[in-house]
Write a protein that binds this ligand. Structure first.
Ligand SMILES: Cc1cc2nc3c(=O)[nH]c(=O)nc-3n(C[C@H](O)[C@H](O)[C@H](O)COP(=O)(O)OP(=O)(O)OC[C@H]3O[C@@H](n4cnc5c(N)ncnc54)[C@H](O)[C@@H]3O)c2cc1C
Length: 382
């Protein structure tokens, strides 16, 4: 019997499997899809996520194009927030295609001692005995483990089966994305650029080999017609972006996702933990979902290492610490979502932040996972 069964070999699940395998645990990792595969995402990994890849010694293997911060465009207003340094060193995020990032992490997990990893293998339901999760049903067979980790993404089947779904958010949003290769002579600057439109935002992430990702996020009720046509219209309405994309080759069809948020009423149950998006995700607007998935996987790996054989009480201790860790990031995300519903207020906030560069950098650091909301002079990232 494995120590830990992980359902979902995305970023959070695969990273946890690597950490636990390297720590000497026996892990069963089941992934529904087959890699390489595409997943709609903004593809910008924030600095705290890059630092987590570093700690796994995987930064070089993942590769990617660096970016130094976030540059907003609202009409003719341009405002930049740069990632604050970590331990005195400049910090960057990286843009990398999701198929590549996910494939690297899953393959490393699959070749880590102690990890048995299977692709194309969906987990269908948790097995519960006397009120405790004792394993899962996989391909019609029971697979038992001391602990089950549901890292099966935003629409987690295990979270629903365990009755841990929270009510859906009132304001439903849609995410769309596509990729381009820029024409020779055109460059994407090393920033994630965000173009604000009316009740939508466009995100442009630099990727290796002169590729860029263009993603659009919008309120679902603001889309009057075909969402794919809407993304093309939003791009055309931003002259700086439309010009940069002149002569570019579109590399991927427009893919979308909605709803973008789903919360959990609680992230743990006896014998089980939700991880990554499965534990709750508010919106991609603050760009840190992958980084937060990696950081919480690290936190969980630490708890498992210390307490796996000591009953279930630690699960609630872990949940408290995770909520504390994500508190500022979630507050910032909620504030940004509010501004997204009020474009004039968003514009005014950017106009103000342009005159407060240190405050702007600090907020970008909160989004990047390396700063708290409160101003701690001595805080230098995880
Ligand atoms: C439009 C959009 C843009 C985004 N932009 C960014 C961004 O720029 N930066 C950022 O950091 N984050 C971004 N995010 C968020 C980011 O994609 C997620 O936070 C991140 O992928 C979460 O990782 P995860 O491992 O928890 O889940 P996932 O990456 O979704 O992985 C879950 C895995 O579980 C597997 N699975 C599902 N069901 C089962 C099952 N029953 N059995 C076995 N396996 C199963 C899936 O196939 C998948 O591989 C964006 C999200 C969206 C929707």
């Amino acid at each position: 019997m494995a120590d830990v069964l992980i359902a979902g070999g995305g970023i959070a699940g695969s990273a946890l499997a690597i950490m636990l395998g390297r720590g000497g645990f026996a892990v069963d990792l089941f992934e529904r899809d087959r890699f390489p595969r595409e997943k709609p995402c903004g593809e910008g990994l924030m600095p705290a996520g890059v630092a987590a890849l570093d700690r796994l010694s995987l930064r070089e293997t993942v590769g990617g194009a660096p970016f130094v911060g976030v540059r907003y465009h609202s009409g003719s207003l341009v405002a930049e927030g740069r990632f604050p340094p970590i331990h005195g060193q400049p910090s960057t995020g990286i843009g990398q295609r999701r198929w590549r990032l996910d494939e690297v992490l899953f393959n490393v997990a699959a070749t880590t001692n102690g990890v048995r990893a299977r692709m194309g293998c969906p987990v269908s339901r948790p097995l519960v005995e006397f009120g405790r999760v004792v394993g899962c049903e996989v391909e019609g067979r029971p697979v038992r483990a001391s602990l089950v980790v549901a890292a099966d993404g935003l629409h987690s089947r295990l979270r629903s089966a365990l009755g841990l779904d929270a009510p859906l958010a009132r304001h439903v949003r849609v995410g769309l994305r596509t990729h381009f290769r820029l024409a020779p002579g055109r460059e994407q600057p090393p920033w994630v650029e965000i173009f604000l439109g009316h009740r939508h935002e466009l995100y442009v992430t630099p990727l290796p080999d002169r590729e860029v990702l263009v993603a659009g996020l919008a309120a679902r009720d603001s889309l009057r017609r075909d969402a794919r046509a809407a993304l093309r219209d939003w791009i055309r309405a931003q002259p700086a972006l439309a010009e940069r994309l002149q002569g570019a080759v579109q590399l991927s069809p427009i893919a979308g996702r909605s709803p973008l948020s789903q919360d959990a009423s609680c992230g743990v149950a006896p014998g089980a933990v939700l991880l990554g998006d499965a534990a709750g995700f508010l919106d991609p607007i603050s760009g840190g979902g992958m980084a937060q998935g990696l950081l919480t996987a690290e936190l969980l790996a630490g708890y498992i290492t210390r307490y796996l054989s000591a009953g279930d009480a630690w699960l609630w201790e872990f949940e408290r610490e995770r909520r504390q860790m994500l508190r500022d990031y979630r507050l910032l995300t909620q504030a940004m979502l509010l501004l997204a519903r009020h474009p004039r207020a968003a514009h005014l906030s950017l106009a103000l932040l342009r005159f407060l560069p240190a405050a702007f950098d600090h907020l970008v650091g909160v989004a990047g996972g390396t700063r708290h909301l409160g101003w701690h002079d001595d805080f230098d990232g995880p």
